[in-house]
Every structure is written in structure tokens, then in C-alpha cells.
Ligand binder design. Structure first.
Ligand SMILES: C[S@@+](CC[C@H](N)C(=O)[O-])C[C@H]1O[C@@H](n2cnc3c(N)ncnc32)[C@H](O)[C@@H]1O
Length: 324
């Protein structure tokens, strides 16, 4: 038990674990059958539902990831106690329980760093698409399920388009666009590991081909080069981290300060009349989109957050049409 004054007592840990596990069990009973019918293997079972228990729980095809938004009061025994209670409630063996300690304000460094190399990845389904996930080696798993419905929206618009996926991570949006009949795709991320993962995801879905280009690059470097080379797109998704710093960059990127400039430089590589989606999961995002050279700017957030997410602002998402 922690020795800090006001830290949580063992009795309280046990109480939190009990109310938390009860809630997760109820949510599982409510959601599992429905998602099974839709062939959705990954969904959120708990989203900080109870004020005192600051955690999220995600279901991944029979595995569970319990994440706690860390605060010093809870100490090191807290998260394992929550995970153990949920494992018992859902009758899962300990090897199917995975824990994550999360910072509320995530910086790029720790967030995308590799945590281990157990290399245990497995396939999950999202409707008719499949993705590789890895619940051990990274803070994130390879699939952001809060964008499950955004992927459908992008897919429905993708036929015949030249799609740019910027900050693409493991290429889930690229798979969606490819499945929707995109003519070409560009998948841009600075991480080689994630780009390889994106290729694996395309291959897993039988979608890989020479129409798909993977680009390992800083996003702003890519955009400058694409502009000068005359590369132009007709559909784009921009989903940047909230903050990142690069050795090569003059200044760090802060989404609240820098998103208008980022979107402007994407619009420069879009053909007139093209659709751009912009998304962020920054929880205190302050949009400044009013002066962009776009028409039909609409916030899609309520339509892009799946029903299993109680946090109705887990991300925010806009759709805009460039005017060239
Ligand atoms: C929030 S994730 C994107 C999630 C993705 N859109 C999805 O839905 O699966 C951010 C990604 O940006 C990448 N990234 C971070 N800084 C970058 C930079 N300067 N240029 C390009 N990619 C970067 C990270 O490697 C990570 O894969």
C-alpha cells in the first residue's frame, strides 16, 4: 500500500475493483452479442463510467486491455487489482488480461515508443476488414476503434479517389479506402514499424498492390515534396498526434497552435473540390478552422463516435471540401 497521505486505502481499492468489474460485466452483456453479429471484434467496455474509477477497458476478440489514467493516489497495486476483478467477472484467464498506465496528456515520445518485443500479434475483425493488433509491445494496440465508423464514412467516399492518409499509423484508414475502391493510396507516417504494419494489414485483406504507396517521412516534409512534385490527391485523412517534436524540425508541433497551417498545406496538394477529413483526440482542442480555403466545413463528431464510447468527444472530426 502507498504510504503517501490521502492515498487510497486497500479497502477502497477492493471497493473500486468490485463496482468497476460489475459495470464491465453489464456492458459486456449489453454489447457483445450485437457486435458479434456485426463481426466487430474490438469495442470499448468501460469509458470512465464511474467517476472515481478513472479507467478505460477495451475488448479485443477475447482479450481485454485495462488502462488507467494515472494519478499518484492510486499507487501501483490499483491497476492490477482492477484488471484481476475484470478478468474474474468476464471469466478470462490472466494471460488474456493486459494493463496500460496512461498519462492524461500524452506526449509523442512515450506514446509511440516500443514497450517490448513479445511480437504476439493476432488478427481481429472490423466488419469485413481484418487488422493485426499487438496488445503487449506498444502503448497503443494497432487499431483505434473509436474511428470504426469514420472508416466507413471514408470508405463510402473512396471509389476512384487518390487517397492521402497522413499520420497513418497502421494504415487502418488506408485499408478502408482501398476496400472502398480508391484508385491509389499514399500512406504517410514517420515510423517504419507502423508502415510495415500497414502493409501487413493491406495484405491481410488481400488489398495490397502497386496502387498503394507507403512513405516513411515527416508529414510536413512529405507535403512540401508532394507539392513541388505536382502530386495531387482527391481524398485525404489527417489524424495527427496532439504534440510531436522532431530533431530535424525547427519547432515542436502543438495541435492547438499548428492545425490551421497543417490543414492549409494539405489543401495545397488536393485537387479543387476534394474532400479532407481532419481529426484529433486532443481533449482540450480549440478549433480555428473558419479562415481555411474550404467550403462545406462540417463537424462530424457525433456521427463518428461509436455507441460503445461514453466519452462523446473521444475524438473530434471535421469534413471539408477544398476550393483549390
Ligand atoms: C494518432 S496516430 C494516427 C492514427 C491513425 N490515423 C489511425 O486511425 O489508425 C499518429 C501517428 O502519427 C505518426 N507521427 C508522429 N509524428 C509524425 C510526423 N512528424 N510525421 C508523420 N507521422 C508522424 C506516429 O508514428 C503515429 O503513427
Amino acid at each position: 500500500m502507498s504510504t503517501k497521505p490521502n492515498s487510497i486505502t486497500s479497502e477502497k481499492v477492493a471497493y473500486h475493483a468490485e463496482i468497476f468489474a460489475n459495470r464491465v460485466r453489464k456492458r459486456y452483456a449489453h454489447l457483445a452479442k450485437r457486435f458479434k453479429r456485426e463481426h466487430i471484434d474490438c469495442f470499448r467496455l468501460y469509458d470512465w463510467d464511474i467517476k472515481e474509477v478513472r479507467a478505460v477497458v477495451d475488448w479485443y476478440a477475447g482479450h481485454v486491455v485495462v488502462g488507467e489514467y494515472v494519478r499518484w493516489q492510486t499507487g501501483l497495486e490499483y491497476l492490477p487489482a482492477l484488471a484481476k476483478a475484470v478478468g474474474e467477472a468476464l471469466k478470462l484467464p490472466p494471460e488474456r488480461m493486459h494493463v496500460r498506465r496512461r498519462q492524461t496528456r500524452t506526449e509523442e515520445g512515450p506514446r509511440y515508443k516500443k514497450l517490448g518485443s513479445h511480437g504476439k500479434r493476432f488478427e481481429v475483425r472490423e466488419r469485413d476488414l481484418r487488422f493485426w493488433v499487438n496488445l503487449e509491445d506498444f502503448l497503443d494496440t494497432g487499431l483505434f476503434s473509436d474511428h470504426r465508423d469514420t472508416r466507413m464514412i471514408v470508405r463510402d467516399l473512396a471509389a476512384g479517389k487518390d487517397f492521402l492518409n497522413l499520420f497513418a499509423y497502421t494504415g487502418a484508414f488506408t485499408c478502408a479506402a482501398a476496400a472502398g475502391g480508391a484508385r491509389t493510396t499514399f500512406t504517410v507516417d514517420r515510423s517504419d514499424t507502423y508502415l510495415k504494419w500497414a502493409k501487413d494489414n493491406l495484405q491481410l485483406n488481400g488489398l495490397w498492390g502497386k496502387q498503394h504507396t507507403l512513405v516513411q517521412s515527416d508529414a510536413s516534409v512529405f507535403l512540401k515534396r508532394a507539392f513541388h512534385q505536382g502530386l495531387r490527391f482527391t481524398l485525404a485523412l489527417i489524424d495527427p498526434p496532439s504534440f510531436f517534436a522532431d530533431k530535424g524540425l525547427k519547432k515542436a508541433f502543438d495541435i492547438n497552435l499548428d492545425h490551421p497551417e497543417l490543414i492549409r498545406s494539405v489543401l495545397k496538394v488536393m485537387k479543387p473540390g476534394s474532400t479532407v477529413f481532419f481529426s484529433t483526440n486532443h481533449q482540450r482542442f480549440e478549433p480555428r478552422l473558419q479562415d481555411l480555403p474550404v467550403k462545406d466545413l462540417i463537424e462530424l463528431t457525433p456521427d463518428t463516435i461509436p455507441e460503445d464510447y461514453r466519452n462523446r468527444a473521444v475524438h473530434r472530426c471535421w469534413k471539408m471540401i477544398g476550393i483549390g
